[in-house]
Design a protein around this ligand. Structure first.
Ligand code: ADP
Ligand code: MG
Length: 245
């Protein structure tokens, strides 16, 4: 990677009381790159996304977006600067329809569009994730697959430069997961950089340009998917057995 990275985390630490969830983590994301972020349960992946998006403050370390320090900016300022995230457990606004959920995300997003314009643009985003036929349904009746894709749509509504995806394919059947993976690839093709956490390491490896592995809050390995999957310390972290664990 050359020049200023889109995102640069250096020495990021996060403590929760006595727990060191992150202990000096480094991560760089280039413009339009897909970064796969993996690691055993509890290794700090979600905490790192929360520190990048701003829902957690860092205990120490720096986070820069395109060279600007954002480590202490409020979450909405980071959203305006182009960072969007999804949550491991989808968080739609339950009493609204699918299209309203996306429109509301937009109205409070990067350029604060007005309601009518937001609804128009929401339809374009729903088409992009394949939920256009569901626009007027209440979110409460959606399947898990639809809720996960709505979560991606709400993040995309912010017109992000960087999208942080936390296990968006978890719990989906193979056909749905394949659909999700081509959606993620299409994000990169449209110029959005992606940090992509997924439990299935091989699914991550098949999409990612580069991967980072965390273990107990620290960097364990990073590099090309091939190099990372062949790294003995990575294999050992996954209980010395299948990397699919
Ligand atoms: P992962 O997403 O890799 O499974 P997490 O980032 O969720 O890991 O968690 C990393 C560690 O931090 C775990 O030990 C977890 O219990 C702890 N942790 C995460 N969030 C909190 C929190 N809000 N309060 C206290 N401990 C937390
Ligand atoms: Mg997690």
């Amino acid at each position: 990677m050359t020049g200023t990275p889109l995102l640069k985390c250096a020495g990021v630490s996060k403590r929760f009381g006595g727990i060191r969830a992150l202990d000096g983590v480094d991560l760089e994301v280039g413009e339009g790159e897909i970064i796969g972020l993996v690691g055993p349960n509890g290794s700090g992946k979600t905490t790192l996304l929360s520190c990048i998006a701003g829902s957690h403050s860092v205990s120490s370390g720096t986070i820069e977006l395109a060279g600007h320090d954002i480590a202490r900016s409020a979450p909405h300022r980071r959203a305006h600067a182009g960072i969007a995230r999804t949550f491991q457990v989808p968080r739609p606004l339950g009493s609204f329809t699918v299209v309203e959920n996306v429109a509301m995300s937009m109205m409070f997003g990067r350029d604060r569009v007005a309601r009518t314009a937001a609804l128009d643009r929401a339809d374009l985003v729903l088409e992009r994730v394949g939920l256009d036929a569901h626009r007027d349904r209440a979110v409460g009746v959606l399947t898990l697959h639809e809720r996960k894709f709505l979560e991606i749509a709400r993040a995309l509504a912010l017109d992000p430069r960087l999208i942080l995806l936390d296990e968006v394919l978890g719990g989906l059947n193979p056909a749905e997961a394949a659909e999700g993976m081509s959606l993620i690839a299409s994000l990169r093709d449209s110029g959005v950089a992606v940090v992509y956490i997924e439990h299935n390491v091989r699914a991550v490896a098949s999409l990612a340009d580069r991967m980072y592995v965390l273990d107990r809050g620290r960097n364990l390995a990073h590099g090309s998917p091939e190099a990372v999957l062949a790294d003995p310390s990575v294999v050992a972290a996954y209980l010395g057995g299948e990397v699919d664990a």
